[in-house]
Design a protein around this ligand. Sequence first.
Ligand code: PAF
Length: 282
Amino acid sequence: MHIFYGKAALIDFLKSIQTTHSTIGFVPTMGALHQGHLALMQKSLSENENTVVSIFVNPTQFNNPEDLAKYPRTLEEDVKKLTALSPKIILYAPTVEDIYDGQPVSQPFDFDGLENQMEGKFRPGHFNGVGTIVKRLFEIVKPKNAYFGEKDFQQLQIVKKMVAKNNLNVNVVGCPIYRESNNLAMSSRNERLSHQERDEAAIIFQTLNVAKEKFMIKSATSVSDWVQKSFAKNPIFTLEYFVIADEATLLPCLRKNKNKKYRAFIAIVVNNIRLIDTISLN
Ligand code: PAF
């Protein structure tokens, strides 16, 4: 497997292997790789001649310094997983200096309001950080296809918006959520949970499924009230938000419209660890 820690060598290498017909698939990650990441890479490997994976814990998308400090960094194990998956993978694991050339700062973006909902409300500046790093990585890697998990559905919509607004020639591909055996959505942050927290986190997806059933016959407000009440009694998990929103605009559903696609979004906190999940409702 080829590993690059600096963009200059990566760019030269990609130029040397690309032909006029070959495509680059790209999977950006922050490492601590799990099956969900590997599934994105498998898809990229099957759809492109070359696949680049980046591992970079991007400081500008963390609004909480403790979350940044505690984010799992497991490069050695990640390299083993990538090597076992495919020797064809090209890994880019840059330093902060290689990406930011000096102080790491975000550029401001206008995502037409997508950034003001849910994660945007609870993580100020987060999406400017995501926009900044993804745009920079796209400029370096120049992928034809880029693969993102639907667990971070708001991020997926924001990346699509960033690509459209900047006329970037990248096809952004959303991929299904990978779940653990108890249906907890796979996330690098799950590593930080105790055994008990990890087991009990099954309640997140159970709640989403019941919410989906209720939404068939009830209003978004009454489903949200039910979720708030259920979590109010939970001794382990604190509900940060539960929102039923229009998939395209991410605006909360006030009155159901049969021509719109809706999705439920949830964020909970346990022991300072945030977990998010989402489900399509219709
Ligand atoms: O989803 C992530 O892991 C990160 O937000 C991303 C897209 C790699 C940007 O740092």
